[in-house]
Design a binder for this molecule. Structure first.
Ligand SMILES: Cc1cc2nc3c(=O)[nH]c(=O)nc-3n(C[C@H](O)[C@H](O)[C@H](O)COP(=O)(O)OP(=O)(O)OC[C@H]3O[C@@H](n4cnc5c(N)ncnc54)[C@H](O)[C@@H]3O)c2cc1C
Length: 520
């Protein structure tokens, strides 16, 4: 379990390593005492804390005229947000069927709700683009087409079927069937467009990419510069424990740099959220940490200049890539395949919080270093200095029912959270930040901005815990080993990754871990 301060030095991502100039916020307000009071304390300055700080401090927003303090245990963008793949990839058909199946094999949403969950991701892409353009942020934003490659006939068929079902559901709630998605199911044409060897089809849909550390810092800077609110950000100010209630109903945020008395605490701590809850609280296990790894690949000339990637990608075994404007290609994924093939130990990644140099998996480094070379047509030989140029790790979250947890913590007046992005935060955080900021102002939940299923309720936590207990009992009686942190599913949807794990009787069982999204 993660606690701060951390005794290690974290790896440095491509994004963090290329945002060191005067505009960045490294060590911002690192020393000195904190204010003694605030109207709102936001804990965590990742993309969620930064985006929420931005929305709350706009003129007319809930934070207008209020004192707002944001605290991070380390630097702005030091967590997953500054070390991710930079991919904004709204879902279309993928996970569609699972959204509607009951937990634990699915997420238990109605068809209508599932439609709004996906629409929210599309709105999130429009929203982040509009913030970047309106605020004229220099954050290497790119918007274009995302190519999802398929590698078997079965995958192609599942994709078609689920996509058709999703289009129908969109129409049923009055949304236009998506004009901007398409299929290329002629394998030759699919390979020509994607340049991925041997693909059976390609699904084309909207996607984006961004320099995640620059964006996180830019949003935080806009909050700091706000004249509508009295906002301040303090780095290296870890919050210790769940904020205690005072007799007057306020909360005390405890840090080694002083305590802050406040009306509202908002936890934007994603994978580290379990730290705030005791072992018997469902929120101690509903969200769990998971370590991921990415790499910067410098392509040879065959994939540079006019030959550079023109799309972002989701590929086999949850690999994904984005093309940066000048630095190369950021590539992630492959973890489950490495676990399946026995090259990485499951327990070394699931539950892991260490993102130091020691956490870099040699097998994953080797894998990421050869993936593009092995799979892309005509990649060609790499010279010294080309190929894998940098690799880093980061801690994302798994969430038992895959959806973010937004709103008041049940039974804890004055404490709320926006957390649990299940490896898919770039497609959700901006919409959540805007929606939650508006909810705080109006006092009512706007289901158009924030799908109802994102709401953190005692009923949601209980339902998930009950379902999981039933599932575990069934697995145990079938002689299978169950890790209580995780949810497994038999492989019904061939577009989902599978894992081989050992059952109690030692036999290999093919299962699937559904509640994290490594296909971002
Ligand atoms: C390797 C990797 C690749 C990824 N690739 C993608 C991608 O391409 N696309 C995508 O959509 N998603 C991707 N993700 C997931 C995405 O990065 C996350 O969903 C998103 O960044 C979560 O943002 P956040 O602000 O909620 O969490 P974080 O960025 O982790 O921020 C949480 C912050 O809380 C702070 N904190 C925690 N505890 C305390 C405390 N006690 N006191 C004070 N501060 C505290 C931490 O220091 C941290 O800065 C990836 C993640 C990783 C790790």
């Amino acid at each position: 379990m993660s606690t701060f301060p951390q005794p290690w030095i974290s790896t440095v991502s491509h994004w963090q390593g290329t945002n060191r100039g005067p505009g960045s916020l490294w060590l911002h307000n690192k020393t000195g005492r904190l204010p003694e009071t605030a109207d709102i304390v936001i804990v965590g300055a990742g993309m969620m804390g930064s985006a929420l700080s931005y929305f709350l401090t706009r003129p007319g927003a809930h934070g207008e005229g209020k004192r707002i303090v944001c605290l991070d245990a380390k630097d702005c963008g030091s967590g997953a947000s500054g070390r991710n793949g930079g991919h904004v990839g709204p879902k279309t058909y993928h996970k569609w069927a699972q959204l509607m199946e009951p937990y634990p094999t699915g997420i238990g949403c109605s068809e209508e709700e599932s439609t709004w969950v996906f629409q929210n991701e599309r709105d999130n892409l429009d929203l982040v683009e509009s913030i970047i353009r309106t605020e004229k942020l220099d954050v290497d934003f790119w918007r274009g087409e995302l190519l999802e490659t398929h590698h078997s006939k079965e995958q192609t068929e599942t994709c078609k079927r689920q996509n058709a079902a999703w289009m129908k559901a969109r129409e049923a709630v009055g949304l236009q069937p998506n004009p901007d998605t398409s299929f290329i199911d002629d394998p030759e044409e699919a390979e020509r467009l994607s340049r991925f060897k041997g693909v059976t089809s390609v699904h084309v849909r909207p996607g984006g990419s961004v320099h995640s550390h620059k964006l996180c810092s830019a949003l935080m800077r806009l909050a700091i510069e706000s004249t509508a609110s009295d906002f301040s950000f303090y780095s290296w100010a870890p919050v210790n424990g769940f904020p205690a209630a005072t007799p007057s109903g306020q909360r005390v945020v405890k840090t080694s740099r002083g305590d802050i008395l406040t009306d509202r605490v908002i936890l934007c701590t994603n994978a580290h959220t379990p730290n705030f809850f005791s072992k018997d609280d469902p929120l101690h296990t509903h969200i769990q940490p998971l370590r991921g790894q990415c790499a910067l690949i410098t392509p040879p000339p065959t994939y540079s200049g006019d030959q550079s990637f023109k799309h972002t990608y989701n590929m086999v075994d949850e690999h994904y890539l984005v093309q940066t404007p000048s630095g190369g290609i950021v590539l992630g994924g492959g973890l489950r395949a490495l676990i399946r093939d026995g090259k990485v130990k499951f327990e070394d990644s699931y539950g892991a919080v260490n993102d130091s140099g020691d956490s870099v998996e040699p097998a994953q480094t080797e894998h990421l270093g050869s993936f593009l070379r092995d799979n892309f047509v005509g990649w060609g030989p790499e010279g010294h200095g080309e190929g894998l140029t940098r690799t880093w790790t980061g801690i994302l979250s798994t969430v038992k029912d895959w959806l973010p947890l937004v709103g008041d913590v049940p039974g804890k007046t004055g404490v709320s959270m926006c957390a649990g992005f299940a490896g898919h935060g770039m497609s959700r955080i901006f919409a959540v930040a805007q929606g939650y900021s508006d909810t705080l102002k109006s006092g009512t939940w706007d289901a158009k901005l924030l799908p109802r299923s994102f709401e953190l309720t005692a009923e949601r936590l209980k339902r998930t815990a009950d379902w999981q207990a039933e599932y575990e009992a069934a697995q145990r009686s079938a002689g299978r080993q169950v890790d209580p942190r995780l949810v497994f599913e038999e492989d019904k949807y061939p577009t989902e990754p599978t894992n081989m794990v050992k059952g109690d009787n030692g036999a290999a069982v093919e299962v699937k871990i559904v509640m994290t999204d490594l296909r971002v």
